[in-house]
Design a protein around this ligand. Structure first.
Ligand SMILES: [Zn+2]
Length: 364
C-alpha cells in the first residue's frame, strides 16, 4: 500500500490550486478506496472556487468522479442494482452521502435533502480521510453513498458526468412529467441543457426547443435532440416568447425548464407555456435569485411551478441506463471536450470558467 498520494488543493477562494500529498490509509469496514480515473469540472465547482457559496478550505473540489475500486470495506458488497462489488471494478457513485436515520429520507424519500447530508468536493482536505473530492489521485467513498458499477462499453468521458449532470436532469425531466408528444422548452444549453434536450427527446417529446445566446451551444443542442434552437442574443422577452409560441400549436409549450442560471428567464419561460403547463427551475443554484412573478397569471393559467435540486439515487441508475440506451443516438463523449492533468487544474478552471471548453476533464 502506498503511503501518500497527490491532490490539487485550494487554500481560499480564487487562490491557485497547489499539489499536496496526503496520507492514504487502509479503508474502514464501510468505506471504499477508489483510484480516480477521471473527474470533470462542474459549474458548481467554479461557483465554490470563486467564493459564490461557502466551501471549506483548504479543500479538494470535484464531485463528478469515476474510478477503480482499490480497497473495499468488508461491509460493502453490493452496488445500487444489487450487483456484487469487487476490487478492480470501475464505478460511479452519488455525489452526496448520508447515513443513519433521517426525516427526509425515511418519511419523504428525499435522501438528497437529509439533514446533515454531505457532498464530495465539499470537505476539508486537512482532515482524515483527506481524499473526498475528485481532483486527486484517490477518493474515499463514505457510508451512505449509492455506488454503481459501470459497464465496459461506456467510455470515461460518457460516464464521468453521470453522477451530477445526467442524474440531475433525469430528476428534473421526471419532475416535469415529460412524456410522449410534449413540447419541451429548455432555457440554457450548457451541460444540463444538452442532457435535458436528449432525455426529453428520448422520452418521446414531439418538439424540443433549446434557447441560448451562444451559437456553438445551439449547434450542440441539435446533436442532442433539439429540433428547434433559438439564439436569444438581441431578442427581447416578447420576441423570445413569440418565437417559441410560433412552434407550439395550438397554444404554448407543455413544459419549460430553466437551466441557464438567470432568474429573469423564469417569468419569460412561464409565458411560453400553454394553460396547464409545467415549469421547473433547476439552474438557480446560488442565493438571491430573485424574480417578479404575477401570481394571478399562475392561477388563471393553471401553471405548475417547482424547483428541483440534486437527485435520488434511483436517478443515477436511470442516468446510466439512459446513456447506455441512447449512446448511439447522442454524442455524449463530445461533451467532455478537453483533458488536463492534476498539475494543470488552474488552467482547466480558467478554461471552464470562461466557457472556452464545455466540460474539462481531469485525468490524475
Ligand atoms: Zn455538478
Amino acid at each position: 500500500m502506498i503511503k501518500t498520494a497527490r491532490a490539487a488543493v485550494y487554500d481560499a477562494p480564487n487562490e491557485p490550486f497547489v499539489i499536496r500529498e496526503f496520507p492514504v490509509r487502509d479503508v474502514k469496514d464501510d468505506e471504499v478506496l477508489v483510484k480516480v480515473t477521471m473527474s470533470t469540472i462542474c459549474r458548481s465547482d467554479i461557483h465554490s472556487y470563486k467564493g459564490h457559496r461557502p466551501n471549506p478550505c483548504p479543500g479538494i473540489l470535484g464531485h463528478e468522479i469515476i474510478g477503480i475500486i482499490e480497497q473495499l470495506g468488508s461491509s460493502i458488497t453490493l452496488d445500487l442494482r444489487g450487483d456484487t462489488l469487487q476490487c478492480g471494478d470501475r464505478i460511479t457513485w452519488t455525489e452526496f452521502f448520508h447515513s443513519g436515520e433521517s426525516y427526509y429520507t425515511d418519511v419523504h424519500d428525499m435522501p438528497q435533502k437529509a439533514e446533515g447530508v454531505r457532498k464530495y468536493g465539499h470537505d476539508l482536505a486537512d482532515e482524515d480521510p483527506h481524499f473526498l473530492g475528485g481532483f486527486a489521485e484517490y477518493c474515499y467513498i463514505q457510508p451512505g453513498t449509492g455506488i454503481l458499477k459501470l459497464p465496459d462499453g461506456i467510455s470515461d468521458e460518457e460516464a464521468t458526468p453521470l453522477n451530477c449532470g445526467v442524474a440531475t436532469m433525469i430528476s428534473v425531466i421526471e419532475a416535469s412529467k415529460v412524456s410522449a408528444g410534449d413540447t419541451v422548452v429548455i432555457q440554457g444549453l450548457g451541460l444540463l441543457g444538452l442532457y435535458g434536450c436528449a432525455i426529453a427527446r428520448f422520452r418521446g417529446a414531439k418538439h424540443v426547443i433549446g434557447l441560448d445566446a451562444v451559437p456553438d451551444r445551439l449547434v450542440m443542442a441539435r446533436k442532442f435532440g433539439a429540433d428547434h434552437t433559438i439564439d436569444i442574443s438581441g431578442l427581447t422577452a416578447e420576441q423570445q416568447i413569440a418565437a417559441v409560441r410560433e412552434i407550439c400549436s395550438p397554444d404554448g409549450a407543455d413544459v419549460a425548464i430553466e437551466v441557464c442560471g438567470v432568474a429573469a428567464a423564469v417569468p419569460i419561460g412561464i409565458k411560453m407555456l400553454r394553460v396547464g403547463g409545467r415549469y421547473t427551475i433547476a439552474g438557480l443554484v446560488n442565493p438571491n435569485a430573485n424574480m417578479t412573478l404575477d401570481g394571478n397569471e399562475l392561477l388563471r393559467r393553471w401553471i405548475t411551478l417547482r424547483g428541483i435540486h440534486n437527485y435520488h439515487p434511483r436517478h443515477l441508475v436511470e442516468a446510466l441506463d439512459f446513456v447506455m440506451a441512447s449512446r448511439d443516438q447522442f454524442p455524449f463523449g463530445e461533451i467532455v471536450d478537453s483533458k488536463f492533468s492534476l498539475e494543470q487544474l488552474n488552467e482547466a478552471f480558467q478554461r471552464a470558467g470562461d466557457n472556452s471548453v464545455l466540460r474539462a476533464a481531469i485525468v490524475p
